[in-house]
Design a protein around this ligand. Structure first.
Ligand SMILES: *Cc1c(COP(=O)(O)O)cnc(C)c1O
Length: 385
């Protein structure tokens, strides 16, 4: 089976992890800060907080921004459930903003309309979480302007998007957001096995996320309410978690980061190949916004059953039968039973739901060969024409 995505692990990656296994620290050693500094340098973010997953980083980001009961958080319905769950972990309510059918990202015009209505009803969100779907950055400048007008904070869910850029600046530099989150799950651009990172330019947010990452425990005397009893002393000053990344993970992440540019270059070649080779087929190809330069985590086409010979489900099944591991990203979050139980339902976000009926993720990952890609293209062509 040609999968839709796959990690690339090199002998150097393996050696780096083996070196950690032979060292004194499997966790809380030198590799976590080394990986954090390397990502800061790569993206331009001032502060970086490595975590056990992007889900944990999203939760820490919401906590650092004081999201709690009574607050509202908005995100896109076309994302992984974690982008919404982080608000619910904090006791806040979640809502969604429909997508732009061509970029698959949260629609800025829909956001503007919803904000104007919410302003009148006194129901504005505290935080908006734009998701850089497939690795394509959202229109962050416009979202930031709305944030300033309506007073909400911004967490970029850049789980797909390390290595992308927007207006010539790397995603993660937080120029238009309070916090940016990366995922290092194996299907993503670079991997640490499991892992994530929260990036910010605000020192207070970074300190808060570091504290909550490890139980809300501090060893800094100035944060304590009485003098240390001795050098063993620590105080728990908030309710935190164990969301730490291990040194094994950080060493792998560090090693993978060295290959980020070559991974992205390869993904861009593969995406361009698909866009050329599929241009005459009766499907919609992903549109890249002019200000954005995608990391191409996913290559998603839309199969319109009224235009093409096969509908999406038929195409999906036939490709799978031929060992081409296509996938669907994502089932709209608001239609999940857990969210329907909160009052959401089908019909609420029509652009997202129409997208879901048609979306098909084609294989894309650095080790995909030209031959394999040509096979995917030819199989698609035979099924569609
Ligand atoms: C993968 C993903 C997450 C969660 O990442 P983990 O590291 O697996 O917790 C969150 N948001 C989006 C958009 C994702 O694709």
């Amino acid at each position: 089976m040609i999968p839709y995505g796959k990690q690339t692990i090199t002998p150097e990656d393996i050696q780096r992890v083996a070196d950690v296994l032979n060292s004194d620290f499997l966790t809380q050693g030198p590799w976590v800060p080394a990986f954090e500094s390397a990502v800061a340098k790569k993206t331009g973010a001032r502060h970086t907080v490595a975590t056990s997953s992007a889900t944990a980083a999203l939760h820490l980001a919401c906590r650092a921004l004081d999201v709690g009961p009574g607050d509202r958080v908005w995100t896109s319905p076309i994302t992984f459930v974690a982008s919404a769950n982080c608000a619910l972990y904090c006791g806040a309510s979640i809502d969604f903003v429909d997508i732009d059918p061509s970029t698959y990202n949260l629609s800025v015009s829909a956001l503007a309309t919803r904000l104007a209505d919410a302003h009148k009803a006194n129901r504005l969100p505290k935080v908006v979480i734009p998701v850089h779907m497939c690795g394509q950055p959202c229109d962050m400048e416009a979202i930031r302007e709305l944030g300033q007008e309506y007073g909400f904070a911004i967490i970029e869910d850049a789980s797909h998007a390390i290595g992308s850029d927007y207006k010539g600046q790397p995603t993660g530099n937080c120029q238009y957001s309070d916090i940016t989150v990366f995922s290092f799950h194996p299907v993503k651009i670079i991997t640490s096995g499991e892992g994530g990172m929260a990036l910010t330019n605000a020192p207070d947010l970074a300190r808060r996320m570091e504290l909550l990452r490890s139980h809300g425990i501090t060893r800094e005397p100035e944060q304590m309410d009485d003098p240390p009893h001795g050098s063993w002393y620590y105080q728990q000053i908030d309710l935190g978690y164990n969301y730490r990344m291990t040194d094994l993970q950080a060493a792998l992440g560090y090693s993978q980061l060295e290959k980020l540019d070559s991974f992205i270059a390869r993904r861009r070649v593969l995406a361009a190949n698909y866009s050329n080779a599929l241009s005459d087929l009766p499907v919609s190809l992903p549109l890249e916004a002019s200000a954005a330069n995608s990391s191409w985590h996913l290559y998603v086409i839309r199969v319109d059953a009224t235009r093409s010979k096969a509908d999406r489900l038929t195409l999906f099944n036939k490709l799978r039968e031929q060992n081409i591991g296509v996938h669907v990203h994502y089932i709209p979050v608001h239609t999940q039973p857990f969210f329907r139980a909160m009052g959401f339902d089908w019909g609420q976000f029509p652009a997202a739901e129409a997208y879901y009926q048609e979306a098909l993720t084609l294989p894309i990952y650095p080790a995909l060969t030209e031959n394999q890609q040509a096979h995917v293209v030819e199989t698609l062509r035979a099924l569609l024409t």
